[in-house]
Design a protein around this ligand. Structure first.
Ligand SMILES: [Fe+2]
Length: 336
């Protein structure tokens, strides 16, 4: 995908120097101090105008229906440790000593007025998580596989879902072609009849949970009944979302029509490079991961993206306050 903006050398240096005081605080052990420093940096006007203006433009774009953006040459830490893929989260805690990427993502979310959130059962509730392969999930159905990912929304089977997902490239294979693809919900819906949309808007469907969720919560194998379309939102995981027991035949037909529509709809494809930020909606569309050409599987398996989930705005976050784990704002419990 063509970038929305590329920071030039001077802009990047300026951003890095303004974010460095934040980047000295660990968001993994000291999140409150880290978040307060971001707020202070933004409110005291230290963030360079070009970045503030850029976020305003992205916000306007979203209001006008453009939901996906790529920024290039963004700040990332100078030292990106080589993580042990048996337990990369613990290894990140041990080895990552600066948090510039996290500071950039946190500031980006703050300028967009979109609160970060996390799941208490993922990465110990961290607000900055990793798209990285974990050895025990190789070949499995979860974002931590080393393989392709079906078209999906993140956590379709969870009652609290991100409005936006932001990815920042920390370690990206240079020779192999790994793409993040996105299909906009509006484009999918455009290929459906009114009757199909009406049926897909009813709770005739369920989604099986992914392998990581199944590992964390033993007795949770599928979501409650849900609609696949809700206005402009699409809730669907390819191969995992199916009609519930007893659903009418028209629900099966409509789901087939949805899959046809996905095939016909245009795809936005982006190959994340180091320093690329890709932000896209989690519910206004579907995303996947496609490994187009892999010549060095071991190098490719080390691909590491930093990821955040955000709510559209603080009002949306407040709607989910009953889910805050132990009262911690934005940290969502695994309620069903
Ligand atoms: Fe995903």
């Amino acid at each position: 995908m063509k970038e929305f903006y590329k920071f030039d050398k001077n802009e990047k240096e300026d951003l890095c120097s303004k974010l460095t005081p934040i980047a000295k605080i660990s968001p993994y052990t000291n999140y409150e101090e880290f978040a307060a420093k971001i707020k202070e940096t933004v409110e005291s006007g230290l963030v360079p105008d070009f970045f503030v203006d850029l976020c305003k433009k992205i916000h306007e774009d979203r209001i006008n229906g453009k939901h996906i953006h790529v920024l290039k040459n963004c700040p990332v830490d100078e030292v990106i440790p080589d993580l042990d893929l048996d337990n990369p989260v613990q290894d990140k805690y041990n080895l990552k000593k600066t948090y510039l990427g996290e500071a950039f993502l946190g500031t980006f979310a703050c300028l967009l007025n979109s609160p970060l959130f996390s799941y208490a059962s993922r990465n110990n509730g961290d607000f900055f998580t990793d798209v990285i392969c974990i050895n025990r999930f190789r070949g499995k159905r979860t974002g931590f596989t080393d393989g392709d990912l079906i078209y999906h929304n993140d956590r379709t089977s969870h009652p609290v879902q991100a409005d936006y997902i932001t990815l920042l490239g920390l370690r990206c294979p240079e020779d192999d072609l790994v793409y993040t693809d996105y299909i906009d919900g509006k484009d999918i819906i455009g290929y459906l009849t009114e009757e199909e949309i009406e049926i897909l808007s009813q709770k005739w469907f369920y989604t099986a949970v992914d392998d990581l969720t199944r590992e964390k919560v033993k007795d949770w194998d599928k979501s409650r009944e849900h609609a696949v379309i809700n206005g402009e939102k699409v809730w669907f995981q390819d191969t995992l979302t199916k009609p519930i027991e007893g659903a009418p035949e028209k629900a099966y037909r409509a789901l087939l029509a949805l899959r046809d529509a996905m095939t016909k709809a245009p795809k936005h494809r982006h190959r994340l490079e180091v320093g690329d930020l890709l932000v896209f909606p989690n519910q206004y569309g579907l995303h996947n991961r496609e490994r187009i050409e892999i010549n060095n599987p071991e190098e490719s398996a080390k691909r590491w993206l930093l990821k955040t989930y955000t709510f559209e705005n603080p009002e949306v976050a407040d709607e989910f306050s009953d889910y805050w784990y132990e009262g911690k704002y934005g940290c969502v419990t695994d309620g069903r």
